[in-house]
Write a protein that binds this ligand. Structure first.
Ligand code: AMO
Length: 458
């Protein structure tokens, strides 16, 4: 018999069907056993004589044949899409047995600590609330792709093994590449720029790697970067315009397509249509100083507390929890960032903050060959390391720029999650690659810094 999905059984009243899935729960009532069977479409109730179900436990994988019956009125479950019917079993086949679960997956809230949630990731991902996180993330990525294509952008795939670090800083993983040094890409930055020289407007959904030297609630060592780059901009503000369109469209797609998931997390999508306020870094720091007395007016970036404060300001004064911060100091932005011609100490760059955290970074790039050569040197880079990339600029590049959106960061903020790791299927950090590194035998004794960070994470 051909298998159908659980959700389809609702339309098969009085018919014989075959369904397959995992036992979500088992309830014994005298001579009868009720099984909630879970598949990718949802749950259906299966009614079984005890003798057929005697060995069956939670998470067993079954193929079930039986007749679809109407449930008695007092047994209807309005929370289930199949809540008006049940399957009266005639045949059960056990496709796979399952060991007893280390915790209860049936609780609406999965009450386990973050380390346990991640130690048992293959199982905890089966919980409906955890699954909902990734349904939202999938929609964010789908919406990103669709919107970029609608705006005439070309999708490309970026390499993730690269010969040079691009984003500055020490946060780069070095790898042994046939006796040469190579790196895991911190960003597809150089490649998206090269491809602007080919396709004008490009985007990618890719992996980015940061050897983050600390364990925080907002950093991963591997994350999903949604990258955009476009040529022939009239002004660097065009980039913020595109970014705003994109974010609003992603939000309205989530509002339409993720009602159930947003409800599980008690979250709503912010009201759209309001232009996102744009503040220079120094203006934002001035506001923060006035509101809190915290004087970070000379700092090169906002602290996490500052990001929260300025979003709170935007909420109170501008009725939005989104805010663009612009004009970051040149010395703190990567070599490719365009200096503001009116004040070259600062750059034509921006971050977009949402609900107290940066979710996007972007800006105009230096597209003039000679200027770029100078800046690479100024930042301590070697021109020969960038020879490949520099061809693009040597042979004609229009004014251009772009931005990148962290997929886990936007998921976290949309759902109000506490830790970015919750928004990553298999988060990598200083203390974990699937397994806690502290449980494995290290190649070298851990440094004190590593030991401290692991302890904090456990
Ligand atoms: P940046 O380094 O700010 O900029 O990264 C862009 C966006 O990526 C996300 N992000 C991270 N997410 C999780 N864990 C991390 N360790 C992490 N680091 C960054 C954030 C951030 O806003 N090439 C530039 C982008 C550009 O200018 O186009 C870049 O990589 O959401």
């Amino acid at each position: 018999m051909q298998r159908i999905l659980n959700i389809e059984t609702a339309k098969k009243l009085n018919k014989k069907v075959k369904v397959c899935g995992w036992v979500n729960s088992r309830r014994d009532h005298g001579g009868i056993v009720f099984l909630d069977l879970r598949d990718r479409s949802g749950i259906v109730q299966v009614v079984c004589p005890s003798k057929l179900a005697k060995d069956i436990k939670d998470e067993y994988v079954l193929a079930v044949e039986g007749k679809v019956n109407k449930r008695p009125a007092d047994m209807i479950n309005p929370k289930l899409e199949t809540g008006k019917i049940e399957i009266q079993v005639s045949k059960i086949e056990i496709l796979a047995k399952a060991a007893s679960l280390p915790f209860d997956l049936r609780n609406q809230e999965l009450k386990v600590s973050l380390p346990t949630l991640l130690d048992y990731r293959p199982i905890t991902l089966r919980h409906p609330k955890i699954k909902a996180i990734f349904r939202v993330q999938e929609k964010i990525i789908e919406s990103f792709r669709k919107n970029m294509k609608d705006l005439g952008f070309f999708e490309f795939q970026a390499p993730t093994i690269v010969p040079v670090a691009t984003e500055g800083g020490a946060e780069v993983f070095r790898i042994d590449y046939f006796d040469y040094d190579a790196y895991l890409a911190q960003s597809p930055q150089l490649y998206k720029q090269i491809l602007v020289g080919v396709f004008e407007r490009v985007f990618t959904v890719t992996r980015a790697y940061r050897a983050e030297p600390s364990v925080t609630t907002r950093h991963l060592c591997e994350y999903i970067s949604l990258d955009v780059e476009m040529g022939f901009i009239d002004s660097w503000e065009d980039l913020m315009d595109i970014c705003q369109i994109l974010i609003y469209n992603i939000f309205s797609d989530l509002k339409k397509n993720c009602k159930k998931e947003l409800k599980i997390f008690g979250q709503s999508i912010p009201s759209l249509g309001i232009p996102i306020p744009r503040l220079k870094l120094r203006e934002a720091q001035e506001i923060i100083f006035e509101r809190t007395g915290r004087d970070n007016r000379r700092e090169a970036d906002l602290t996490p507390e500052d990001e929260k404060e300025i979003c709170q300001w935007a909420k109170e004064k501008k009725n939005t929890e989104l805010v663009f911060i612009t004009h970051f100091p040149s010395k703190k932005r990567p070599f490719y960032t365009y200096p503001d011609p009116e004040d070259p100490e600062y750059t034509l760059s921006f971050d977009l903050l949402y609900k107290g955290m940066e979710i996007v970074t972007g800006g105009q790039r230096i597209h003039e060959y000679e200027k770029l050569l100078k800046n690479i040197k100024k930042f301590g880079g070697k021109v020969k390391d960038f020879k490949f990339y520099l061809q693009t600029f040597k042979y004609g590049m229009p004014p251009e720029g772009g931005f990148a959106l962290g997929a886990e960061r936007i998921t976290k903020q949309v759902l109000g999650l506490k830790n970015l790791r919750e928004a990553s299927f298999f988060p990598r950090d200083m203390a974990r690659i699937d397994q806690r590194l502290s449980t494995l035998k290290p190649k070298n004794p851990p440094s004190p810094r590593l030991r401290r960070a692991r302890k904090k994470n456990d």
